[in-house]
Design a protein around this ligand. Structure first.
Ligand SMILES: *Cc1c(COP(=O)(O)O)cnc(C)c1O
Length: 357
C-alpha cells in the first residue's frame, strides 16, 4: 500500500533527492568512492557546495551582499548564534510558539529581551497583530511558520530595525523578498534535506556591530570567510540539499511551489471546514499555515479521535498525530508532498464521516 508521509520533520523529501543521494553514497560522481569517504576539499565536493549556494541564491532571488551558509547544529544553534552576532543590549521577539520561545530564551543571556506580543493565551492559534517594535532594539525576531500550531506569517514585513526570521518549516514554500531581512535561517529537515544542517542567509554588512566576544564557530564571519567550509561541513545533507534545489528548479521554482502549496492547503482546509466531524484549530484564515495543517474532532465527536487515527493509519496516512501541546491531527504538506496524498487524506475523512453518520 502507498504510504502518505505527513510527518512534521524530518519529513518527506523528493524521490529525486533520496535516489541521487543514495547513489552518491555508493559511488560519488564516478570516483569509485562514497560521498562519505572523500575530502570535502576535493574538487568534486567543492563543486557541490558552490552549486548548492548558487542555486539557493538563484531560486530565492537573493540580492548581492547576502551569503548562504550550511552549518551544523540545526536551527537550535542559530537561536544562540543570532544574539552572539547581533545583540548589543536589547532585542525584540514575537512569541508565536515553542520555537519562538526557545529562540527568546537564548537571547535573554545577552541583555534585555522585549516580547512585543504573544499568542500564548490561546495555545498559539493565531498570529498577534498591531504591536509596537521598539525602535532601539538591535533586531526583531520572528518565526514565520509555526510548525507545531499551524500558523504562518505570509508577508515580508516592512520594519525599521533589522528583521531576523526562523523559516525552518516554510523556506522555499513561497517567494520571499529577501531584502526585507537581515538574516533568515532554519533547520533543513522540513523542506530541504535530511537533518544535520541549518541554512543561513545573512546580509554581510549587518555583521560586526557588537562588541560581544564571539566563539569562532559561532561567528557568521568565520563561515562567510571559509565559504561555509571553515571546518568539515555535513557533506551528506549538503549533497541532498543540492538535489532538492535542482528538483525545485525543475518544478518551476518557488512561484510554482507556492501555487501548488496553496492548492494543496485549500483542498484540506475546505474538507476540515465542511466535514462536520472535524474543525480547524486556527480560526483566522489569514493566519493558517500552508505547510502544517492542524485540526481536531469537532464538538460532539471528540470520542472518535483514536478511532479516526487508526482508520487513517490503516489507509496509509503516516505522521498525522498532532503535537502533544495541541492534540488532534496535523498534516504537514511540505513541497515534496504530492497533491495525491492530500486527496487520500480527504477521502479518509469523508469515508469516516459517511461511516459514522
Ligand atoms: C524544527 C524547527 C526548529 C528546530 O530545528 P532543529 O534543526 O531541530 O534545531 C526550529 N524552528 C522551527 C520553526 C522548526 O520547525
Amino acid at each position: 500500500m502507498k504510504k502518505h508521509n505527513f510527518y512534521a520533520g524530518p519529513s518527506i523529501l523528493p524521490e529525486f533527492t533520496i535516489k541521487n543521494t543514495a547513489d552518491a553514497i555508493l559511488d560519488f560522481y564516478g570516483t569509485g568512492l562514497s560521498l562519505m569517504e572523500v575530502s570535502h576539499r576535493g574538487k568534486e565536493f567543492v563543486a557541490v557546495m558552490d552549486e548548492a549556494q548558487d542555486l539557493f541564491k538563484e531560486l530565492l532571488n537573493i540580492p548581492e551582499g547576502y551569503h548562504v551558509l550550511f552549518l551544523g547544529g540545526g536551527a537550535s544553534t542559530q537561536f544562540a548564534m543570532i544574539p552572539f552576532n547581533f545583540m548589543s543590549k536589547k532585542a525584540a521577539y514575537l512569541n508565536t510558539g515553542a520555537w519562538a520561545n526557545k529562540a527568546t530564551k537564548e537571547a535573554k543571556g545577552f541583555g534585555e529581551v522585549i516580547e512585543v506580543a504573544s499568542s500564548a493565551d490561546t495555545t498559539y492559534n493565531y498570529i498577534p497583530k498591531g504591536y509596537d517594535i521598539p525602535a532601539d532594539a538591535d533586531y526583531f525576531h520572528i518565526t514565520t511558520n509555526n510548525t507545531i500550531y499551524g500558523t504562518e506569517i505570509h508577508n515580508d514585513m516592512d520594519i525599521n530595525i533589522p528583521l531576523i526570521a526562523d523559516m525552518s518549516s516554510d523556506i522555499f514554500s513561497r517567494p520571499i523578498d529577501i531584502s526585507k531581512y537581515t538574516l533568515i535561517y532554519g533547520g533543513a529537515q522540513k523542506n530541504l534535506a535530511p537533518s544535520g544542517i541549518a541554512f543561513v542567509i545573512v546580509k554581510e554588512d549587518a555583521l560586526g556591530k557588537t562588541d560581544n566576544f564571539i566563539p569562532t564557530m559561532l561567528d557568521y564571519k568565520t563561515h562567510i570567510k571559509g565559504g561555509s567550509m571553515f571546518n568539515t561541513p555535513p557533506v551528506v545533507p549538503i549533497f541532498a540539499a543540492l538535489q532538492t534545489l535542482k528538483w525545485l528548479k525543475a518544478q518551476g521554482g518557488v512561484e510554482a511551489m507556492y501555487k501548488r502549496n496553496v492548492d494543496k492547503a485549500n483542498v484540506l482546509y475546505t474538507e476540515i471546514d465542511t466535514n462536520p466531524m472535524f474543525k480547524g484549530t486556527v480560526l483566522d484564515k489569514a493566519d493558517r499555515s500552508i505547510m502544517n495543517i492542524c485540526f481536531v474532532m469537532n464538538d460532539g465527536y471528540e470520542q472518535y479521535e483514536k478511532e479516526f487515527m487508526e482508520f487513517a493509519t490503516a489507509k496509509g496516512m503516516i505522521g498525522i498525530k498532532g503535537h502533544r501541546s495541541v492534540g488532534g491531527f496535523r498534516a504537514s504538506t511540505y513541497n515534496a508532498l504530492p497533491k495525491e496524498s492530500v486527496e487520500a487524506l480527504v477521502a479518509c475523512m469523508q469515508e469516516f464521516k459517511n461511516q459514522k453518520s
